[in-house]
Design a binder for this molecule. Structure first.
Ligand SMILES: Cc1ncc(COP(=O)(O)O)c(C=O)c1O
Length: 380
């Protein structure tokens, strides 16, 4: 069975270039003051890259913090022997979650007094020596998780007064840092700074502060505070075209698949479900073992390209669950077993998650997270 799995996993795979990841981290460090720490956002299986290898590489490089979305994601990293501090960005509302957080030495986000009370009570049922480091999330304009920034002082004081909790940081999240118009971002920075000033003026010692996502890191070092929380730029993609000149990045993820049949079809032959492609001439086509069940959006049918032997070739007809067809008229004598690059670089040609995102009217984050677990992650 293991041999069979090994063999079948050669049909298609996600290739992870850890040296590109390291390059991107060095580029990010180059934008930060020496004292600014990085909290690498490795939620959603490190944006589809495979959280364990990514987190290990990052922490080996000295990245100080990791952030995940769920307690389960944090446990997965701990079980893999990753010891860096881990912030859980998502809401923690149950005693069971708190017990697991304490057991695995994770650190929860707190978004409300009610939630802080649940967490404090849950910690009280544990060994009395346990004190949980918690991170206060202020909503300064994202209107997602977080306490109202206008209540920052009361929020801070009440959490500080609860037993078994230690405030490790205060943070907020930006809604529009990747937009050309900075108005909302400036408003959020102003609200964050006013909250910080009010908390300090009320006599509290300030904890670690953080605000910047990838776009924030690229926009201005004014957003860096003591720590930054990049996700996308770690993986080598830029949040917006106008920010591209701020940093040089290398995409970490490639997707490749094997050609399993090459055949000739005659003019007038329809290809794949619905015959959305009809051959205008006699032509060779290749069948490639990757489909929408692996994460290629079906809406790219007849619109995407792949790279074979360093040349762009059109994908033809509907993308099916497990395979796609390519027009390989430009590739002489193509053989079964050769590789098609679906995303990534082959020779001097590159297809990026941004290319797909632009075609589909979505964002590269969604493309990266879309590759399914049927595709093994192969690190190099
Ligand atoms: C709270 C928080 N911080 C940071 C990030 C990283 O964002 P980006 O991938 O844009 O850098 C995310 C991602 O969604 C997030 O939810």
């Amino acid at each position: 069975m293991d041999d069979l799995i090994d063999w079948e996993q050669q049909r298609a795979w996600v290739e992870i270039d850890l040296s590109a990841l390291a390059y991107n981290v060095r580029q990010i460090r180059g934008l930060l003051a020496p004292s600014t720490k990085i909290m690498a956002v490795v939620k959603a299986d490190a944006y589809g890259h495979g959280a364990i290898d990514i987190a290990r590489t990052l922490t080996d490089m000295g990245v100080e913090w990791l952030a995940v979305a769920t307690v389960t994601e944090g446990i997965e990293l701990r079980q893999a022997g990753i010891f860096a501090p881990i912030l859980v960005l998502g809401a923690v509302n149950s005693e069971m979650q708190v017990h697991e957080i304490a057991k695995w030495d994770l650190q929860p986000t707190i978004c409300s007094i009610a939630q802080a009370t649940v967490i404090s009570k849950a910690v009280a049922t544990l060994d009395p020596s346990v004190v949980l480091n918690v991170h206060l999330n202020l909503d300064t304009g994202m209107s997602r998780l977080g306490a109202d920034w206008q209540q920052a002082v009361a929020f801070y004081r009440e959490v500080e007064d609860l037993p078994y909790l230690q405030i490790a940081s205060l943070y907020s999240h930006l809604a529009t840092a990747d937009e050309l118009d900075p108005t909302v971002m400036e408003m959020q920075i102003d609200r964050f700074d006013r909250s910080i000033a009010a908390i300090a003026a009320a006599g509290h010692l300030l904890p670690m502060l953080h605000l910047a996502n990838s776009a924030g890191v690229l926009v201005s070092d004014r957003l860096n505070y003591q720590l930054v929380r990049p996700g996308l730029i770690l993986y080598g993609l830029c949040p917006a075209p106008h920010l591209q000149s701020a940093i040089d990045l290398q995409p970490v993820l490639s997707v490749r698949a094997r050609i399993t049949q090459v055949k000739s079809i005659t003019a007038g032959t329809g290809v794949s479900y619905g015959y959305r492609f009809i051959a205008k001439r006699d032509m060779p086509i290749a069948v490639v073992e990757i489909g929408y069940a692996d994460g290629i959006p079906r809406r790219l049918s007849d619109r995407m390209q792949a790279i074979v032997r360093g040349r762009l070739v059109p994908q033809i007809g509907s993308i099916t669950m497990d395979r796609i067809m390519l027009d390989v008229s430009q590739i002489p004598d193509l053989q079964v077993g050769e590789i098609a690059t679906i995303l990534g670089t082959d020779g001097s040609v590159r297809i990026t998650a941004d290319d797909w995102a632009n075609q589909l009217g979505t964002i590269s984050w969604e493309i990266l997270c879309g590759f399914k677990h049927r595709l093994p992650r192969v690190s190099k």
